[in-house]
Design a protein around this ligand. Structure first.
Ligand code: SF4
Length: 506
């Protein structure tokens, strides 16, 4: 049997000259890129947040390097970052062997970076622009839903709050009416009045203090009623008002992260559609670098585009020439905004693909296929009957945008042999047309079908969608670890910076 030879056991040996850990970091390691990039950032605003006094603080530049590198390495927990600072030579090299504890890291991330992260992100993107990686002339835009850190079963729905509030107000109004009847001793007349009345907490409080003054000698039942109003109904009314204020324009929020909204996310591995408390981050990408991001609280993408583009302009001082987005963004408001700003838009609308199909193109009964006489403002149905203008209306979007709709009606449909194929409604056919949207859609269709449109359409699926795939699937960033809109913005900003640095170092 051959002799077994072990390598020398060198652990726990004393070395004469201490080793320089920099020698063990490869020249092209991402940690060197993080170090180089952060050294170029202007962090004056963050430094100005330190008030001074007390013990010395860890340098914000070092903290930024550590945070950027930890997000680049898929380490999102402050305790794990602290552990890495003690064990991982790349972290040690970045921090100069300083080991801030997890509370310090958490405080830096959640407090010092408030309102600063998006500036740092934009600075890094500008560095990418200078180096020619992105031009900022084109934005491929898309959104995704990322679960909040809140618990699952903590929903508050607008519908149930409003319903309970109405019930409570009715009860309060009824008790107040009882008490009033006792005071005025004209209950018969009072009882004829409408019982339900909307009341707010301020009104109820002043009413209660007024009643307390009036009813100095209260009988037992009045005493009980006043107690009920004071101790039970008033706090409940306050709670409902509070909840509606938190909700704002939304339909729901989570009790443990009030900024998060319940949204339907894509199916889980069991193919169940899930309603979860989420945020809706929107990103612009170019060459698979994230060039801009914004966090929204509404589930739909349609209402996010204007805000997203405006914030892009505020960070970079100008707007891209080209915007490419999917059908989720194709609304009248968005098309109008893009036209007004002179942006070349390649934005699909609902049914863009469907309307290219023969079945739809050849369906003579569809509104878009009816002949329209623009001079005399009427439509002609397949039987040759004129659908004349009978009125117009206004539709308001969730954003408050008002669209004008015109209604056209046929004079007589009874006995028409094509009635079964034409419409299902009772009586004559009535159609509604948004002429402005029709015009904007025609313009969008021309752009999308042009050679440039085909190029951008083919590129869109490998731009933002590939980036979301990288973030959510490869980097396992499926849930925020921080709560509240501001902190979620910080966390997503760190993810976006890490993504760009990871791609740059690849
Ligand atoms: S049902 Fe009325 S609108 Fe439709 S094809 Fe017949 S006449 Fe025209």
């Amino acid at each position: 049997m051959a002799k077994v030879i072990f390598k020398e056991l060198v652990s726990n040996q004393i070395v004469l000259f201490p080793e320089n850990i920099s020698d063990r970091i490869p020249e092209n390691h991402p940690v060197r890129l993080v170090n180089h990039i952060v050294d170029q950032l202007d962090i004056t605003n963050i430094i100005n947040k330190y008030v001074g006094g007390g013990t010395s603080s860890y340098h914000p530049r070092m903290m930024l390097k550590v945070l950027f590198y930890s997000y680049l390495s898929n380490v999102y927990s402050c305790r794990k970052i602290e552990k890495a600072l003690q064990e991982n030579i790349y972290f040690m090299w970045l921090s100069g062997k300083s080991v801030p504890d997890f509370r310090t890291i958490n405080n830096f991330r959640g407090q010092r970076l408030k309102g600063e992260i998006q500036n740092l992100f934009a600075e890094i993107v500008k560095l990418l622009q200078i180096s020619g990686y992105v031009s900022l002339e084109v934005q491929y835009i898309d959104g995704t839903k990322i679960e909040s850190a809140s618990n699952k079963y903590t929903f508050v729905w607008r519908g149930s709050v409003e319903k309970n509030k109405v019930k409570l107000e009715t009860k309060i109004a009824s008790i107040l009416k009882d008490i009033d009847s006792q005071i005025k001793e004209d209950s018969k007349e009072q009882n004829k009045e409408e019982i339900r009345k909307s009341i707010d907490t301020e009104e109820l409080k002043s009413k209660l203090s007024e009643l307390n003054k009036k009813l100095k000698t209260k009988d037992k039942s009045t005493q009980k009623q006043l107690q009920e109003l004071q101790q039970n109904l008033l706090p409940r009314l306050e709670k409902y008002e509070n909840q509606l204020e938190i909700m704002g324009n939304r339909n729901s929020f989570s009790k443990t992260d009030p900024d998060a909204t319940f949204m339907r996310t894509k199916e889980d591995h069991m193919m169940n559609g899930q309603l979860k408390a989420c945020y809706n981050p929107q990103i612009s990408t170019e060459n698979q670098y994230i060039t801009h991001y914004s966090i929204h609280q509404t589930p739909g993408d349609t209402t996010t585009l204007v805000g997203h583009l405006e914030s892009f302009e505020s960070y970079y001082g100008y707007q891209s020439n080209v915007v490419v987005a999917d059908a989720g963004y194709g609304s009248e408001e968005n098309y109008e905004y893009l036209e007004e700003k002179g942006i070349e838009a390649y934005v699909k609308y609902n049914y863009f693909h469907l309307e290219q199909k023969k079945k739809i193109k050849n369906n003579a009964f569809l509104v878009q296929n009816l002949y329209y006489n623009s001079d005399e403002d009427y439509y002609v149905c397949p039987m040759g009957q004129h659908l004349i203008r009978v009125g117009h209306g206004t539709r308001t979007s969730d954003n408050g945008y008002k669209s004008e709709v015109t209604y056209y009606q046929a004079a007589r449909c009874i006995g028409c042999p094509l009635r079964g194929m034409c419409h299902k409604a009772e009586g004559v056919r009535l159609i509604s047309v948004n002429h402005r949207l029709k015009e904007l859609k025609a313009k969008a269709r021309d752009c999308l079908m042009s050679s440039k449109g085909l190029f951008h359409r083919s590129k869109r699926p490998i731009e933002p969608e590939a980036v979301f795939g990288q973030l959510k699937s490869n980097n396992k960033f499926n849930r925020f670890t921080l709560r509240g809109l501001e902190k979620v913005n910080i966390e997503f900003g760190l993810m976006a910076i890490a993504h760009n640095l990871r791609k740059l170092s690849a």
